[in-house]
Design a binder for this molecule. Sequence first.
Ligand SMILES: [Zn+2]
Ligand SMILES: [Zn+2]
Length: 199
Amino acid sequence: MNAISACAICRNPSTARVHEGCEERLDAGLASLPRLYRELEQHLAPSRRGDSGRAGSRTAPLPVNERVLDLRARGGIEGVVVTWERDARETLGWEPAPFRGDVQQTVDGAVAFLRTQVPWFCDAHEAVYDLAQDVRRLRAECDSIITGERPPRRIPVGCPCGAVLKVTIDTPGIRCDDCGTQYGHAEALRLPAVDRSAA
Ligand SMILES: [Zn+2]
Ligand SMILES: [Zn+2]
C-alpha cells in the first residue's frame, strides 16, 4: 500500500484513511442533526418571503411545508441515521439498537451512537463516503429551509466516460457511479460543464 492515497471522504491525497478535518466535519455534521430536527419545527408553516411586502406569488400558500414534514417524519432524518446505526451494529456484530421512543428521541439516540463510532467509520467502514454525503446532504437541506436560502446550484459536468455528474461549488468530492472514478473537490470542479439543452 502506498503511504499516500486518497482520503475516503474528500478524495484528496492523504496519508490517513480519512483526513482529521474530514473526520471532524463528519462528527460536526452528525452533531448538528438533532438541533436541526428541532429547529425545523418552526418552519412547518411555509415562510413568508421577507418582511418588506408582497412576494407577488400567484399560488395559494401550502398549509404546511411538505419538505419539513418529510424530514421530521419517520424515515426522514430519522430514517437516515437509523439506517446507518443498523449498518454499523450489523457490521460490528452488535445487538440491534434499543427502542428509544418518538422520532426526536430516536434521532437523538441514533446520532449519539453514530458519533461514538465516527473514528471507526473513518478507520474501517468501506462506505464512510456515503455516510458523509448523507449527513452533508441532510444538513444542507435543513439549513436551506431554516435560513430560507436556496441550496447551492448543482452544475452538470461531464465525466470522460460519458456520464453526467452534478456538482456543487462546495462539493467535497464526487464519485462517478458509471465508471467508478473518484474526483476530489478541485478535480470535480475542473470537469467540463455540460450544456443541459444539448442533452
Ligand atoms: Zn479528506
Ligand atoms: Zn465516469
